[in-house]
Design a protein around this ligand. Sequence first.
Ligand SMILES: Nc1ncnc2c1ncn2[C@@H]1O[C@H](COP(=O)(O)OP(=O)(O)OP(=O)(O)O)[C@@H](O)[C@H]1O
Ligand SMILES: [Mg+2]
Length: 437
Amino acid sequence: MTIARRRRLVFRVYAFAAALSIAIMAAVLILPRYTRGARYLEPHAALLQYMVHRWSLKEPPEFAATLGRIEPRLRGKLTLFSVDGARLRTNVEPPLSGPTADERARLQTARWALSTGRIVARSDDGTLIAVYAPNRPGFPWHYVLPICAALLVLVGAASIWFARRLARPLDELATAARRFGAGDTAARARLARNDELGDVGRAFDDMADRTEGVLQAQRQLMADVSHELRTPLARIRVALELVVEDPNAAKDVLADVGTDLDEIDQLIADIMTTARLDGAPGAILQRRPARIGELAEHAAQRFTARHPERVLETEIAAGDRDIDCDPLLLRRALDNLLDNAAKYSETGAPVRLAVMPNSTRVAFEVVDRGIGMSAEDLERAFTPFWRADESRTRRTGGVGLGLALARRIARAHGGDVTLHSTPGQGTRARLDVPLAS
Ligand SMILES: Nc1ncnc2c1ncn2[C@@H]1O[C@H](COP(=O)(O)OP(=O)(O)OP(=O)(O)O)[C@@H](O)[C@H]1O
Ligand SMILES: [Mg+2]
């Protein structure tokens, strides 16, 4: 943060804090004088009533003498009336107005009636009525002004301290954000604070971590895609060179070229679907109700056609229940789980497909007795293009996109794919989605 900016920050904090303190002081000092009800006059009222009562008992000359003594010491205006409203005496001109109808009504039951700034009291026998308006105390400037000045100095010092405290972490955060924006994906704020600014710093760092992860994954994806495309392309190139050398081999070679092109086609389709499911999964689903039994039957038929040498055991419960899904995508996910079961187990070992609905969800379970996966591999199996080392050497075909795609498809449907596996014993893959409501 530049010096000028820092000064502006100090000034803003100061202006805000000073305005706030002045407002609070004004509220504390001034408002009660105008808003407090007339009850604050009660102690005056009791005294006045006592005097008025005493005066009413006195003979006129004595009364006049007492009043004459008291009047100069009174801190307010006083006018006395007889019960019939005749003015008897006043220490101000013009005199205070006589009791209003409302005040008189109140005097029927009480000895005094209070309104803001004015007390009307009667003697016990009701013959004498006094209207008294105590002087308002002046505004206490003599102590308010020094307190104000001291407060503003204090607020100034606090503002500088606070702005400094604020400026440093903001600086660090801004620097980290600028560096990150300029392409340094390792830039982090790392604010070691436990307050709100610390939270913002941590949120920034988390965001940077995630963004770095996504960028890294994208770079990896690009590298993997190019790598996976290169293999069939290289085969096609070799095949075409072969055809040039020996035109008689064209028929066989072109069939292989066709297979390689299919592989490329499938790879591109899978990458596109994975990418689109990463974006706005709901938008690309073409949902319609589908019977879970039919989905499973189709998957089983495809499996048997693809792997005629394999035994598939099926167990389909309540197959007439519906799910609201994109059947093509869901089949794609299911097909991959079944293909994996075939690819990663010996030919003689049976594969099982079980469909198990409960009241709200359905689980499609594919169980094999194959090579299984280690706990570490289970974590990584859903990463696009990841394949266990054995899988690569087994020449099973595939690029390692099947499980990543299956999980995205399941999640787009509000479900998930999970794996349970024991190395050497087999794997249980479970695709679980909600039933149609
Ligand atoms: N049933 C299984 N048994 C053992 N390992 C498995 C099983 N299913 C998946 N794997 C491991 O997880 C990896 C990723 O599986 P995934 O289905 O994503 O890719 P793939 O089958 O290798 O290729 P693709 O599905 O793209 O054709 C596999 O390469 C394999 O190492
Ligand atoms: Mg697969």
